[in-house]
Ligand binder design. Sequence first.
Ligand code: IPE
Ligand code: IPE
Ligand code: MG
Length: 251
Amino acid sequence: MQQITGSPDAGTLARMIDKKRLPVHIAIIMDGNGRWAKLRGLPREAGYEAGVETLHKIVESCVKFDIKILTVYAFSTENWNRPRDVVGFLLQLLEDTFSREVQQLHEAGVRVKILGRRAGLPASTREHIEKAEALTAENRRLLLNIGFNYGGRSEIVDACRELAGKCVRGELAPEDIDESLLAAHLTTGGCPDPDLLIRTGGDFRISNFLLWQIAYAELHITPTYWPDFSEEDLLRAIVDYQNRDRRFGKV
Ligand code: IPE
Ligand code: IPE
Ligand code: MG
C-alpha cells in the first residue's frame, strides 16, 4: 500500500498507480462551479464555462490512463429550482458544448450517453443529445455518461414503472424481478457500477446521484472546486481508491 505523503506531482502519482487495479468506472459530482466564480468576483456562469474546460481535460486524462467509464453529474432533477436564467444558461451550455466538442470526442473514441429524463428537456436539447449519441454509439475507448436532468430517485421510479408495465402486460412475473433486472432497467443499464465516486466542492453528500449504483463505490471527497480539478487531483483520487480495502461485506 502506498500512502500519499506531502503533495506529489502528477508524474509521481502516475507512477504510484497500479495499472492492474484501476477503477473501471469513475463517477464525479462536479460541484463548486458557482463558488469558484464567486471567489474570483465573476458571474456564476463563468464557473460553468470553466467547468466545461475541466471536464474536457478530465475526459482526456481518463482516455490517457485507460479508465473505461466516466459518469459525471451535470444537472440534477433538483437543479430546475435554480433561477430561470441560470437554468437557461446551463441548457444552452450543453447544446453549445455538444456542437463544439462532439466531433473531437468521437475522434478520440469516446462514446457519449446522457442519463436522465429526456422528456423534461427542450426539443433542441434532445436533438443535440440524440445526434451525439448516434454519432459516437460504436466508440469503445471511453464511455462518457453525462447526468443531465438526472435524479437517482426518479431513475428508480422510472425503472419500477417499466417493470410494473411488463407485469401488467403479462411479459414478466413479479417474482422474476431481482437486483440485476432492476439494474438493467436503470438508465445505466448494462454498465458496471462505479468503483470510485469523487465529489468536488467539499460537501459530504450524494445529492440524488446514482443512488442504486453506488452501493459499494469508494467515496473520495475533495474541497477543490470543479473548475480547479486537475489530472493530478484525478490521479490522487485513484491512488486513494487503490489504498482502500474493498470488503463487499466479507471479512
Ligand atoms: C454544480 O455546480 C453544477 C450544477 C449544479 C449545474 P454548482 O452550481 O452547484 O456550484 P456551487 O455548489 O454553487 O459552487
Ligand atoms: C449536485 O450539486 C448536482 C450537480 C453537480 C449537477 P448541487 O450543488 O445541486 O447539490 P447540493 O444542492 O449542494 O446538494
Ligand atoms: Mg453546488
